[in-house]
Write a protein that binds this ligand. Structure first.
Ligand code: C2O
Length: 571
């Protein structure tokens, strides 16, 4: 009933690919995670694990009745961080019941340590006003960056230039805007203990605050830009990386003559000549067409097949008094992190600007990237029944943030007030934009019993592995021992998979990370969970009792803390 597998890694990004493997005559499924180091020098970058799973039909061993007891919609694979693996598969151990309050600016930590070279704390202001939605705001339509007109780019460039020109201590100043991200992401902000609940550090990544925080952040940034050029209809562009038409780096960001305010030197110089690789955020020898195919599968995976629940897509709950969870949603840890890592400059010590959260907001392309991340949230919600679009938990709805607005007022906002973009006065351009990934459901290459044949019967059992496990080579592990031994003659040579292609049902998902810890930029604790159901179903291996995991790190140093497969109880 509850097999468990738990794995974790230490660095940045890697995809999980599900590859079925099991022997044809016994009943087990396999999940494969495999690593293939491909480090980009100096930076903590992508690694990718592939998980594959498949099972055998058949056999006598399913007598446990296991399947009947399981909630198939919520089978999860958990990957735990080096030091946090123990907490991984369990649901909430802590049980506070309060939303995350806004940061206490008076306790903002000014010295975050390397690599953050400055204080990210905002100008202090004693007056806080509560957000009220704009009345009858003119609709702001965010254009797809690759379709934007020269006139638009000119205005946008001018607005950013004016923002850069503001006094350094003006909260609307461009660098001050980047500090907002730094403060909320790199450990500067804390909330106090209260009502018997511990105080704590505020973190807006890796939990259910990810989408709301960044929506608010862009909302105020956009309004400030608009006010600087006296254009209340001004809207940020979005980097349409989920469609082949928009996968290349938008040209307006790489034209230091015409649009100097949008230009940034601290980027990976290779991003201008090829489409972004959403699977890994790293370079590869794949053709643009292959990358586009992979990207489509990655998007389908993170938006649809492994994102059937709010928690899977949005991230895990994060409440007052609780430790910050390691629980990014599929979109955050997938395409979102990949684009950060893709843009970050490997020449810089900590992947600045985009490759590190403290500095990401210094790159104007950040806001274009996050505009599309925000669009992904919008698209995902639109695919859901109206009563299943948002968490109804008041700890979520009443969580709060502080932002300076276009009038330099310090505004307190609630998550609940940002769920509807129309109410905030903006929408995304749809004309001329396609959403190709909704139909990119990958087919299984082999299904059911046949899938089982490519098994790796030599793989060691989970209990024989020692964790933490350094992933400096491909590691395979069988997670749950079959009840009966397989016939050895079924043992077949394992099929070597091509882990560069993601457009197959065996692909489970992507895990990646962007450095943000102030003290250990090169070491990141990660813990993620991923839905397995759609893949297992597609592979017709839902009944298998074992899953073979192959871990394939693509880049960076990865250490696996543990692997766990569990069944969540509710959607
Ligand atoms: Cu707050 Cu894309 O990161």
């Amino acid at each position: 009933m509850m097999s468990s597998l738990l794995c974790s890694w230490g660095t940045t990004s890697f995809p999980l690919l599900a590859i079925p493997s099991s022997s044809s005559s016994s009943s087990f499924s396999s999940l494969v995670l495999y690593p293939k180091p491909k480090a980009r020098n100096g930076s903590t970058k992508a690694t990718r694990p592939f998980c594959s799973a498949r099972r055998n039909d058949d056999q006598n061993q399913n007598s446990t009745g296991q399947e009947n007891n399981l909630d198939r919609r919520n089978m999860l694979i958990g990957l735990g961080g080096l030091y946090s693996a123990a907490n991984l598969g369990s649901n909430t151990l802590e049980s506070s019941a309060a939303p995350i309050p806004p940061p206490d600016l008076s306790t903002c930590r000014t010295n975050l340590g390397p690599p953050v070279p400055y204080s990210c704390c905002p100008p202090t202001n004693t007056t806080i006003v509560d957000f009220t939605p704009p009345t009858n705001p003119p609709m702001r339509t965010r254009p797809a960056a690759h379709l934007a007109t020269a006139q638009y780019m000119e205005r946008y460039n001018r607005a950013v230039q004016l923002m850069r020109n503001l006094p350094a201590n003006d909260p609307r100043n461009f660098m001050q805007q980047s500090y907002v991200h730094c403060a909320y992401c790199n450990g500067a902000y804390f909330y106090p203990a209260a009502q018997g609940l511990n105080g704590g550090q505020i973190q807006v990544h890796g939990n259910w605050l990810f989408f709301p925080f960044h929506r608010w952040y862009l909302y105020f940034h956009e309004r400030i830009l608009g006010s600087l050029i006296n254009d209340p209809t001004f809207a940020l562009p979005y980097w349409n990386w989920d469609s082949p038409d928009g996968m290349n780096t938008p040209t307006m960001y790489n034209n230091s003559r015409t649009y100097p305010a949008l230009f940034n030197e601290r980027r990976n110089q290779t991003i201008y000549t090829r489409p972004v690789n959403l699977a890994t955020g790293t370079n590869s020898n794949l053709t643009p067409q292959q990358i586009a195919n992979n990207n489509c599968a990655v998007m389908y995976n993170e938006m649809i097949s492994t994102a059937t629940t709010l928690e899977s897509f949005m991230g895990r709950p994060y409440r007052r008094g609780n430790a910050v969870p390691n629980g990014a949603g599929t979109s955050e840890r997938g395409s979102h992190n990949a684009v950060h890592n893709w843009c970050g400059d490997p020449r810089e010590r900590a992947g600045e600007d985009m490759g590190n959260f403290y500095s990401a907001g210094r790159d104007p392309i950040f806001y274009c990237h996050h505009s599309n991340v925000d669009r992904m949230w919008t698209l995902w919600r639109e695919r859901r029944a109206t009563n299943q679009r948002d968490f109804t938990d008041t700890d979520y709805l009443n969580s709060q943030f502080l932002f300076y607005d276009e009038n330099r007022r310090l505004v307190r906002v609630r998550v609940a007030d940002c769920l509807d973009t129309t109410r905030l006065g903006y929408q995304f351009q749809t004309q001329g934009v396609t959403v190709p990934w909704t139909t990119c459901r990958p087919a299984a290459r082999v299904r059911g019993t046949r899938a089982a044949r490519t098994s790796t019967l030599d793989a060691p059992k989970l209990e024989t592995l020692e964790f933490p496990l350094k992933l400096d080579k491909i590691v395979k592990v069988l997670v749950h021992r079959p009840r009966q031994s397989r016939t050895l003659e079924e043992k077949e040579k394992e099929e070597e998979d091509d882990f560069e292609n993601f457009d197959k049902a065996e692909y489970l998902g992507t895990f990646s990370h962007v450095p943000h810890k102030h003290d250990t930029p090169k070491k990141i604790k990660a813990g993620e969970r991923l839905e397995l159901d759609a893949q297992l179903e597609e592979l017709d291996v839902e009944g298998d009792e074992e899953i073979l995991i192959t871990l394939v790190p693509l880049a960076g140093d990865i250490t696996i803390g543990g692997i766990k497969i569990s069944y969540a109880s509710s959607p």
